[in-house]
Write a protein of this length. Structure first.
Length: 255
């Protein structure tokens, strides 16, 4: 993927403005960016894996604060722990030690059902490989989280698809959609319940530069318009310049 072209495309769609002007220096400029309180906070976060008899520590005592409405990019080399951190922040992978608070709620202090309900109602997650159900149409895939929440699913799902520019593809199966369109469906599914926090794991990793820029544009617009806290994993530090803050993960720590 040509990240420089993608960044140029994003700049053009913002009427030629310099994306760097949207970058905040935390915490001094927090009020300027509308980030007045903490949405995500971790304390002494540890996570390791066992391979045979060997234990490999992936997260090494991470302390982190991300503010409401902030757009944060997690960068770092392969194997540094970016996706593990994202999974842990989203409640998908329990840490061995430490805590994760989302909007004041201790995520891992919740019971299993409470945590699942909290994730469904407050958190949206976008996977790199889309994870769409192949037998369901785009509309039906987007409706799944709403159905779990007991909402009027089809109407909300159609609105979400329209927000990502796919209202006219609602009756198509994933196999009938391009990679960029499938990622848009995945974004629509993640936002259908209007989450407070949106996590995205390499959302442009499988896309060309044009589709990458369009997907990033959608995510940034959603975060700005609806004060959604956005946390994106990417290996591409050029694309990360479009956010408010870039965190570098190396050897299980944030630098």
């Amino acid at each position: 993927m040509n990240s420089t072209k993608a960044l140029d495309f994003l700049a053009a769609r913002n009427h030629g403005s310099d994306l760097h002007t949207r970058t905040c220096t935390m915490p001094a400029d927090r009020a300027t960016c509308g980030m007045n309180d903490v949405m995500i906070e971790t304390v002494d976060l540890h996570r390791s894996y066992r391979i045979g008899r060997k234990s490999i520590e992936v997260l090494h005592g991470i302390d982190l604060k991300i503010h409401r409405g902030e757009r944060v990019f997690l960068c770092g080399p392969s194997g540094a722990g970016k996706t593990t951190l994202l999974y842990t922040l989203a409640g998908l992978e329990r840490p061995e030690r430490g805590s994760v608070h989302i909007d004041g709620t201790d995520l891992y202090a919740l019971g299993r059902r409470e945590q699942a309900r909290f994730r469904n109602q407050r958190i949206g997650y976008i996977f790199q490989n889309y994870h769409l159900l192949p037998e369901l149409t785009a509309l039906e895939n987007v409706a799944v989280p709403g159905a779990i929440a007991g909402k009027d699913t089809m109407e909300l799902a159609m609105k979400a698809l329209e927000r990502v520019g796919l209202g006219d593809r609602s009756d198509h199966l994933p196999a009938e959609l391009s990679g960029g369109e499938q990622q848009r469906v995945a974004i629509a599914r993640a936002i259908v319940n209007e989450p407070k926090v949106l996590f995205a794991d390499e959302p442009t990793g499988n896309l060309d530069s044009k589709n990458s820029a369009e997907i990033m544009g959608i995510l940034l617009d959603l975060a700005t318009e609806h004060q959604v806290t956005l946390v994106v994993v990417t290996h591409d530090q050029n694309l990360a310049k479009a956010g408010d803050r870039t965190l570098i993960i190396k050897d299980g720590s944030i630098h």
